[in-house]
Write a protein that binds this ligand. Structure first.
Ligand code: AMP
Ligand code: ZN
Length: 469
């Protein structure tokens, strides 16, 4: 089955064909580690994880690279404002390294709790300054830069395809549709590759460069690090939709100006999580972290389930009623899976019956059709509810589905309690009867244990006895 994805570049659904069959290169813009990730950011990382899992489910081997931004991301998108890390350091009396180490750890803790697979490579910007300088030199050698007021700028007028990703109107851009705060720019859309001239005099993070001591612009890190780990051309680049008009547009311009080749084939963007019709943002005072949800009694996977309920290209409105509905649905799912687990062993997936096979096929189609997780979830519920599929087949298909959903169904365990002395005696008696091949007695004792609410699973390795809370 072909995987079909909506490519922002060209705005159409396309069959996914990797450059190299043996490995899919996937780059995702990562966090700027000056604060905790909010649940809006986490929605984007859940979507990227689902995309990776969907590709792996379709037998692609994914090389997933993500940057950790610890320098160069300014508080304003038009090269204005202060470096976010420097600002946070100044306000808290810590060093930028202390800030980035703390929030990087918090970020990985969040994604682990959401069962988001860690990237194969998580690359830290400040550890790749040499790669960025090298790339800027190539862009400069190809004639796409100018220096003004001490900074090195990318000259967008020289790059023919500037703005294609975002369908930007170059005429309007030139006329100043985006207000240029920086008087050194020839065009409002031009952007800084290397800052040597910071209005914040005591900028702590500075490096030597051919253009003077300074620090890189934010966009260049993604171009430099993705090329280092995935090559000069790779398959997929992801992020939230807010990155389309500036960050990703500028990443493409720099990368293609440096290499003279098409850089990325598929641009896949996730829509925003909204707070009751408003964008979630720190400035709007509606900043919710994963820990906020945990403190309110939710499990991180309740939020993951909530995200699965919305298609990644649709806005998703967050409120606690919807999160409660996700939590209840997940509890219900878990209970059913535990019940199945305690009563049957999963069939090997290649041996499932046709009724289960039909539902599984629909599930696969939903996943392959631009990652339609709401439809895939509906297939899962259909499977749980139908009487036409055996319990063993249900369990088998559920485990397969969960390779994409990532709800950790295979590690679910019923909350069990210890057996009493008396119950243990009966267990022992039954085991003796079985050893003596006294099947009548063993069966009688089995019934007695069942009456006491003890579940028995006779496996190849012997019998297991469990009593649930
Ligand atoms: P940042 O740390 O600001 O660079 O953002 C990290 C990721 O979260 C980026 O891919 C953003 O596009 C994405 N993002 C930011 N806000 C939201 C939101 N409200 N909903 C979904 N994704 C978001
Ligand atoms: Zn990026």
């Amino acid at each position: 089955m072909n995987v079909r994805l909506y490519n922002t570049l060209g705005r159409e659904m396309q069959d996914f064909t990797p450059i190299n069959k043996s490995e899919v290169g996937m780059y995702c813009c990562g966090p700027t580690v000056y604060n905790y990730a909010h649940i809006g950011n986490l929605r984007t990382y859940v979507f990227e994880d689902l995309l990776r899992r969907a590709l792996e489910f379709n037998n692609f081997n994914v090389n997933h690279v993500m940057n950790i931004t610890d320098v160069g991301h300014l508080t304003g998108d038009a090269d204005d404002g202060e470096d976010k890390l420097e600002k946070s350091a100044r306000e808290t009396g810590k060093t930028p390294e202390e800030i980035s180490q703390f929030y990087t750890k918090a970020f990985f803790n969040d994604i682990d709790r959401l069962n988001i697979k860690r990237p194969n490579t998580a690359c830290v910007a400040t550890k790749h300054i040499g790669n960025m300088i090298g790339l800027i030199k190539r862009i400069e050698a190809n004639g796409f830069t100018y220096s003004a007021g001490g900074n090195v700028y990318f000259d967008t007028a020289k790059f023919e395809k500037y703005g294609d990703l975002a369908l930007l109107d170059r005429q309007k851009l030139r006329a100043g549709a985006r207000i240029a705060v920086d008087g050194n720019k020839k065009n409002p859309a031009d952007f800084v590759l290397w800052f040597t001239n910071s209005k914040f005099e005591n900028h702590l993070m500075q490096w030597d460069s051919p253009w003077g001591k300074g620090y890189p612009g934010w966009h260049i890190e993604c171009s430099a690090m993705s090329m280092k780990y995935l090559g000069e051309q790779f398959d997929i680049h992801c992020g939230g939709i807010d990155h389309i008009p500036i960050h990703h547009t500028n990443e493409i311009a720099q990368s293609e100006a440096a290499t003279g080749k098409k850089w990325v084939n598929y641009w896949i963007h996730g829509e925003f999580l909204l707070m009751e019709k408003q964008k979630m943002a720190k400035s709007a005072g509606n900043f919710i972290t994963l820990q906020t949800l945990v403190d309110k009694g939710y499990e991180p996977l309740d939020y993951r389930y909530f995200c699965l309920g919305g298609h990644y290209r649709s806005q998703l409105v967050f409120n606690f009623e919807s999160l409660d509905a996700a939590k209840n649905a997940r509890n219900n799912l878990n209970e059913r899976v535990i019940k199945l687990k305690t009563s049957v062993d999963a069939t090997a997936i290649e041996n499932i019956d046709s009724a289960a096979g039909e539902i599984f096929k629909n599930f696969k189609e939903s996943v392959c059709n631009d990652l339609n997780t709401p439809k895939a979830l509906a297939c899962m519920w259909q499977l749980l509810k139908t009487n036409e599929v055996s319990e063993a087949d249900k369990l088998s298909v559920l485990y397969e589905m969960d390779k994409v959903f990532g709800l950790q169904l295979d590690s679910l365990e019923a909350d069990s309690v210890e057996l009493t002395e008396e119950e243990l005696c009966i267990v022992k008696e039954r085991e003796n009867a079985r050893a003596e091949k006294d099947w009548t007695k063993a069966d009688e004792l089995r019934d007695k244990l069942l009456e006491l609410g003890i579940e028995i699973k006779d496996t190849a390795k012997g019998a297991e006895y469990k009593k649930n809370k």
